[in-house]
Design a binder for this molecule. Structure first.
Ligand code: SAM
Length: 433
């Protein structure tokens, strides 16, 4: 009796990645959590395929549809098809093994490529890798010397370079080049190809270098507390902006860093201590209970509350996320409460920076509008002017007196995470609108 030959199995790597993609779409769970739970050995390549699918979802889905890959092959699992097409067209550009699904997708390779280029889709290049120098432990000149010794080439722009010149230069970075940022001192810009290289670099482990997206560095840059001043960071963990504020102040003065979650408070304590912050006092508590008694002499405040986070580029979207109006309503309520508290509970406050990693007006312009309405003793400063006009994206100008003063970092044009920033100043006694 002749035995039926065993069919060749789809490599575990592809099956496991397809399983995650399916669960993310059906259960609306975060890809990062699913990868973590999977405990698969090759997490990095799983992450690479899923991130590439998230970035090029339109192209992959439409090519599968146009070529009839799934319609003609009803036994092919749709999630596996997406994973294989992404790997073949956007990641390794080849597939392993002799399994039927792999062979099937390979036989559509030309048609898939034609469908993608015919529809005008281009591969989305990831944004650059930003590395910030922790000047508590390492200076800019030390960092430049170190990079030169490792054969990195510094790409420099003329002193009068515009923001457009800067963005063009970043987009054209060669793989062995780096630049210093135009707006934030101590931020180094590298080709995205080096993202993983820097995440496992010894200097990052030692906290000499901090992996911090340039957009989030604008908060300390705009608040600009002088060295020696007193600062309150109302929503501080994990502490990236606290540490940047500390660097900005040259580790002199005082920073009260408040965090209400016990677990995140521990992270904040560890990071600020390992990063050599002498002036940070971490406080486990609710920002709404802070006042001039438990945080005396506060002059500068950073409000970076919990938000929807829809501007974060590290998040992977593998299906259309619906805007959750109820959640946004709740978040905005808390954001208004905390920002308003910052405006009322600290008599010595001079400036307040408000920041979210959301691109929704409900958490941004709307929050600013509501807080200014109830706190007329504050006015907005122009964020763009504070950046010497070397910036492009501002808020919605339908919001009179607000839109042009607030600032957006937009992933596609500013090559950063999606970030919103507003800068408030306390009016002098009798100062008119
Ligand atoms: C967006 S994260 C802050 C990120 C941080 N600023 C950084 O740059 O690393 C918001 C943090 O605020 C904390 N938080 C939210 N509401 C708070 C409150 N009422 N009091 C203190 N912390 C709060 C959250 O637990 C969360 O850790």
């Amino acid at each position: 009796m002749s035995k039926k030959p065993h069919s060749v199995k789809v490599p575990t790597q592809y099956r496991a990645t397809a399983k995650i993609l399916k669960a993310a779409v059906e259960k609306q769970k975060s890809i990062k959590t699913l990868i973590f739970e999977e405990k698969h050995a090759r997490v990095r390549s799983m992450h690479a395929v899923l991130k590439a699918y998230s970035d090029n979802r339109g192209a992959v889905d439409s090519a599968i549809e146009t070529t009839g890959l799934l319609k003609d092959n009803p036994n092919l699992d749709p999630s596996l098809a997406k994973v294989l097409v992404t790997e073949l067209i956007f990641v390794r550009k080849k597939l392993n093994g002799e399994s039927k699904p792999v062979q099937k997708v390979l036989s559509y390779e030309e048609k898939l490529k034609e469908a993608i280029s015919g529809a005008g889709f281009e591969k989305k290049e990831p944004n650059p890798r930003y590395v910030r120098i922790n000047t508590n432990l390492y200076s800019l000149s030390q960092a430049l010397e170190y990079l030169a010794s490792e054969d990195w080439r510094r790409k420099e722009l003329p002193a009068d370079a515009s923001y457009a010149d800067f963005l063009a230069a970043v987009k054209a970075l060669e793989e062995d080049e780096f630049m210093t940022d135009l707006q934030v001192e101590g931020v180094l810009v590298f080709h995205h190809k080096w993202s993983s290289y820097w995440s496992s670099h010894e200097f990052v482990k030692q906290k000499k270098f901090i992996l911090q997206n340039k957009g989030t560095c604008l908060a300390a840059e705009l608040l600009a507390p002088p060295s020696g001043s007193t600062v309150l960071d109302m929503c501080a963990a994990p502490g990236m902006k606290t540490l940047h504020l500390c660097n900005f102040m040259k580790n002199k003065g005082r920073i009260y860093a408040v965090e209400q979650s016990t677990e995140r408070y521990r992270v904040l304590c560890n990071i600020t201590s390992e990063a050599g912050c002498d002036i940070v006092t971490p406080i486990l508590g609710d920002a709404l209970r802070m006042n001039a008694e438990n945080c005396p002499e506060v002059e500068y405040i950073l409000v970076d509350p919990s938000c929807s986070g829809n501007g974060m580029q590290s998040r992977m979207n593998v299906c259309d996320e619906e805007k959750d109006d109820q959640r946004l309503f709740k978040l905005a309520g808390l954001q208004v409460k905390i920002l308003s508290h910052a405006m009322t509970a600290f008599p010595n406050v001079k400036r307040i920076a408000y920041c979210t990693c959301s691109l929704y007006k409900e958490e941004n312009e709307e929050v600013v509008k509501r807080c200014l309405q109830v706190n007329p003793s504050f006015k907005l400063l122009s964020c763009k002017k504070a950046l010497r006009n070397k910036w492009h994206n501002v808020g919605d100008t339908e919001y009179a007196k607000i839109g042009k003063n607030v600032l957006y970092c937009l992933p596609d044009s500013d090559l950063t995470d999606g970030i919103f920033l507003a800068l408030f100043e306390k009016r002098r006694d009798g100062e008119a609108d």
